[in-house]
Design a protein around this ligand. Structure first.
Ligand SMILES: [Zn+2]
Length: 410
């Protein structure tokens, strides 16, 4: 029997009620388990320094940021590890490195201190990207391979980079088994890296007319929450009210180098797009892609390393820690999960004199989520502290700018 996802819970609930009436003693136990998972709440107490007005609500974006920017590298090329990762996360960028396809996937050989934004509470966070990978092309040899190895992907994943499903073989041509492409890649990543991908990026290429519809359908039917495809919503998302994330299909736009290798004019054009997005009054989420980031413009669908470095450094200098610190440079899944949770929590607070009790009702969070973070925007002229709470991982800026509270759910 096939049950639509949205009906699974009512179905289970009815099932439990049936069992309950048949086996009363077990039934009570089952019932209380279900009830507690449905009404899970957390709470904590804020002590205000002075008696002032307070309002508390979920922050539009994590850490009260103005721009969420998600950037994905498609196809799992090795330049991601040799150049992009050390540039953003800090480390030695590879020297020029000629790969099996006779192209240079290395960078400029310099040491990068990393590119950062801050959480507004004194901690710097490195820029992170997503990788859309094909398990079928991940390998350890040859030495000059063009694709990533499992250990390289794992290292980037552990550093907070998101890994997105891009099909097992990147197949697009007539005769492709779309369902197998989606599910074999899921299995491959589960077996080799021990986690489950939950977002899909349609592989581009020559295929039957509108083949991407098949990928969209198979990905959404096989436990993916969203698909990046040829046409869809975005790349700029309004996030100041509830975002329709359910079975989301988004449009991919690419940042690519031009033939001009003597100036950064092409990159300046892309940067100007971001400038115009940032200028908007309300916070937004912007989402872009490229392929390689090595010295050669791979397949003419990539960013040459000097362009990539210029583009990311410009972004960091304007909107990161060295600039106005308004960016939340976070990969697709992280932003998706934040907004999903933001739109489903219920925040209540009771204010009496200098004490505020905050209660947050939580939804049931899907198992494949990596992030269970809540940022609260607090408006009060008063400094504050949060009464220590061993059940919660909680941070705040109550002693300084008194604008936010950050909770990491277990
Ligand atoms: Zn691709």
């Amino acid at each position: 029997m096939k049950i639509p996802h949205s009906q699974i819970k009512p179905f289970l609930f009815t099932f439990v009620l049936l069992i309950n009436s048949a086996f009363l003693c077990f039934g009570n136990d089952l019932n209380s388990k279900i009830d507690s998972s449905k009404t899970k709440t957390i709470s904590f107490t804020i002590k205000l320094k002075s008696e002032n007005k307070v309002t508390i609500k979920p922050a539009t974006l994590k850490f009260n940021k103005h721009l969420a920017y998600s950037f994905t590298l498609d196809d799992g090329y090795r330049s991601a590890y040799l150049t992009a990762f050390p540039l953003l996360n800090g480390g030695k960028i590879s020297n020029s490195s000629i790969n099996e396809w006779k192209i240079d996937q290395g960078g400029d050989g310099t040491v990068s201190e990393g590119l950062f934004y801050s959480d507004g509470m004194g901690n710097k966070i490195p820029f992170k990207l997503a990788l859309a990978i094909n398990g079928g092309s991940i390998r350890d040899l040859p030495e000059n391979r063009g694709h990533l190895s499992w250990s390289e992907v794992k290292e980037m994943y552990n550093a907070g980079w998101d890994i997105l499903n891009h099909g097992f073989h990147h197949a697009t041509k007539h005769g492709t088994n779309y369902k197998a492409e989606v599910t074999e890649n899921t299995t491959s990543i589960q077996q080799n890296l021990d986690f489950t991908m939950s977002h899909f990026v349609v592989p581009g290429g020559e295929g039957d007319e509108k083949y991407y519809f098949e990928y969209e359908k198979e990905a959404l039917n096989n436990r993916h929450f969203s698909v990046a495809s040829y046409y869809g919503v975005g790349p700029v998302f309004k996030v100041d009210s509830k975002v329709d994330l359910d079975k989301m299909i988004s449009a991919r736009t690419f940042v690519q180098s031009s033939k001009d290798t003597t100036s950064f004019r092409t990159m300046d054009k892309y940067s100007k797009t971001i400038d115009s997005i940032v200028k908007q009054k309300d916070p937004v989420w912007f989402n872009e892609f490229t392929h390689g980031t090595g010295n050669t413009n791979l397949w003419n669908l990539s960013m040459r390393f000097p362009d990539f470095k210029y583009y990311m450094t410009t972004l960091a200098n304007k909107y990161g820690l060295k600039g106005n610190d308004s960016i939340w440079m976070a990969p697709w899944q992280e932003v998706y999960e934040y907004i999903w949770l933001r739109d489903r929590i219920k925040v209540n607070f009771q204010h009496k004199n200098k004490e505020v009790t905050v209660t947050i009702q939580l939804p049931e969070i899907p198992e494949t989520f990596r992030n269970r973070d809540i940022s609260l925007n607090i408006e009060t002229p008063s400094k504050f502290e949060i009464e220590s709470n061993k059940d919660l991982k909680i941070k705040d800026d109550g002693k300084t700018t008194h604008k936010q509270i950050f909770i990491q759910l277990k």
